[in-house]
Design a protein around this ligand. Structure first.
Ligand code: FE2
Length: 247
């Protein structure tokens, strides 16, 4: 990724809901997703197996994991509605490393700059919160026992409640029956060391989204014009909501 392309990053607002993760059985390598309804960049349409990606259009500075400074957030809105939670699912690993470059294997795929912020119910930025992100690889598999913790990481929010990550858009993966879970990121927020809130983010146009997935969690990455890289900018708001359902 050239600095020029990086500089072209644009942001996207997003709103959306939930779904929990019913991923493939165990993260074994023989559960490729097959026809997901998405093309090999994660865009809708062509179907077919997703690129497993050995070569890579990796994010910049893969050796150091340096993704550059997160874009700052302005003043939060005066009214904040709690963001819908989603169940954690079976693939969380609490010992994931603190880092912001999650594509540690250098997989090929649609690159995403994930700019996240956490506010409390009064719209006050939550500084010092730790957010974990995890998602499946480009074959629809979660890394459950690799030492590198591919597609996993955590970061701490700054004074504006924000932090950011570089990773890929994940593909849908089998639901273990006849369909697929829509593509999603898992996100879990820890405040004062306590796992406080967990949810997911989805992608507009995903053919596997249904009524059980909250529209408030559906995002539209803003492409930088290359067709291969975009930014999601999303604010989570803590609130008193019922426990999430596992779906
Ligand atoms: Fe999942």
């Amino acid at each position: 990724m050239s600095s020029t392309r990086r500089d072209l990053l644009v942001r996207a607002s997003a709103t959306g809901i939930l779904l929990a993760c019913e991923a493939p059985s165990s993260g074994s390598k023989d559960t490729a997703p097959g026809d997901t309804g998405l093309d090999d960049t994660g865009g809708p349409d062509t179907g077919g197996a997703l690129d497993s990606g050995d070569s890579a259009d990796t994010a910049e500075n893969p050796d150091t994991g340096d993704i550059g400074a997160c874009e700052s957030w302005g003043e939060p809105d005066s009214a904040c509605e709690p963001t819908p939670p989603v169940g954690e699912g079976p693939y969380f690993r609490e010992d994931a490393p603190e880092r912001q470059q999650l594509n540690v294997r250098g997989e090929s795929g649609y690159q995403i700059r994930l700019e996240l912020r956490l506010l409390d119910e009064s719209c006050v930025p939550v500084e010092g919160a730790v957010v974990h992100i995890w998602h499946c690889d480009q074959t629809g598999i979660y890394a459950m026992d690799d030492a590198e913790f591919h597609a996993r990481g955590k970061a701490t929010t700054g004074a504006d409640g924000g932090t950011c990550f570089e990773t890929l858009r994940p593909p849908p993966y089998t639901d273990g029956a006849d369909g697929f879970n829509p593509a999603h990121y898992h996100i879990s927020w820890f405040v004062d060391g306590v796992q406080t809130y967990t949810s997911q983010l989805y992608f507009e146009g995903d053919p596997w989204l249904t009524e059980v997935h909250s529209q408030e969690l559906v995002t539209t990455p803003e492409d930088d014009g290359s067709g291969s890289r975009g930014t999601i900018r999303f604010t989570f708001v803590l609130g008193s909501l019922p426990p999430p359902e596992e779906v």
